[in-house]
Design a protein around this ligand. Structure first.
Ligand code: PEP
Length: 323
């Protein structure tokens, strides 16, 4: 483990799902078969097609909606640009990457620019198969929160998705599971698709506490979320020790954690919900290791930092080797 970053530790450095109970919907995703005796919120949204978002519906051109994925859960390749790229650089990136990924109908593609470039990138991706995510959101609609941005502001800027609870937010800004939960609920209420990050630090893994940490993050960060909420949410399992370190979890290690997390969802919300939840892996994913990760049935895509910053590299990730 020598030389690894221990971010998240205040040190320096950067259930097997089955197809049971599913029916395939028009995006290649699936509806969970849920017990109708759920909340009125569910009653309201149960008729909405997967992924069930107006923003999603508005964004994706028809040719990218109708394809049925070979996989039960439609894969997602998401690029987290962190604090990289000016507006001009971001727009230039989009112009270059669009033709490279235009034929990719097997997965959803998301880029998450810094706040300042969101609007320009949302304009630049119009009519393409690329969606835009913000990297954070506040849970309030408005208020005295210097530096924060509300869910409605993100929608107005053209976002369909938002990353919530990234380990860099948790570490740099002391973000708690409870805040993650509030942000997720606010994002969902505003029609955004939250990409909620979970994952253990190096110390936690070495102490054999990975499952305990994931359980805590699930119980607190996902508290009160309903089956229809889960049909929209994307989870990103990102072991903190693998983010920006060049060290990736092996596909088997990642799949084991995904299985455990899916098992938590199954235990609380049932098989239908667990089987449709998309869980991405994040942590030093690169064009040369993405194929191995995506070969795992449990891994539904990747949240990628460094390797998403170059058009060729993002395109290679999107066009990962498929059997
Ligand atoms: C991330 O930013 O979520 C991430 C996984 O970064 P990297 O791919 O650079 O490790």
């Amino acid at each position: 483990m020598g030389g690894l970053s221990r971010r998240g530790n205040r040190e320096e450095g950067p259930g097997a799902a089955t197809d049971k109970g599913l029916r395939v919907a028009r995006f290649g995703g699936a509806f969970p078969t849920v017990n109708a005796a759920t909340s009125s919120r569910f009653q309201e949204s149960s008729t909405t097609p997967f992924p069930g978002h107006k923003a999603y519906e508005e964004h994706y051109p028809d040719k990218y909606k109708t394809k049925r994925s070979e996989r039960v859960r439609r894969p997602v390749i998401a690029g987290n640009w962190k604090m990289y790229k000016t507006i001009a650089e971001a727009v230039d990136f989009v112009a270059k990457v669009k033709p490279l990924v235009a034929a990719a109908a097997h997965c959803e593609i998301i880029v998450a620019p810094p706040f300042t470039a969101l609007r320009a990138v949302a304009e630049a991706v119009k009519g393409s198969n690329i969606a835009v995510a913000a990297q954070d959101v506040h849970w309030d609609k408005e208020g005295a929160h210097t530096g924060d941005v509300s869910p409605a502001m993100l929608r107005e800027a053209g976002c369909t998705h938002v990353i919530i609870g990234h380990s860099e937010r948790r570490h740099d800004h002391g973000e708690s599971d409870e805040q993650v939960n509030k942000k997720a609920k606010a994002a969902l209420a505003a029609g955004l698709i939250p990409i909620i990050c979970v994952g253990e630090t190096l110390d936690e893994r070495e102490a054999g506490r990975t499952e305990e940490v994931l359980k805590r993050q699930f119980q607190r960060g996902f508290a009160g979320l309903t089956p229809p909420d889960f049909s929209r949410i994307i989870v990103a399992y990102e072991p903190v020790w693998a983010i920006g370190t060049g060290r990736t979890a092996t596909p088997e290690m990642a799949a084991e954690s995904h299985r455990y997390f899916r098992g938590l969802v199954r235990g609380q919300l049932g098989e239908g919900v667990a089987a449709t939840l998309r869980i991405l892996y994040g942590g030093s994913v690169k064009p040369d290791n993405v194929g191995g990760l995506m070969a795992q049935e449990e891994i539904d895509g990747a949240l990628v930092g460094g390797a998403s910053l170059k058009p060729d590299s993002l395109s290679a990730l999107v066009n990962y080797p498929r059997a």
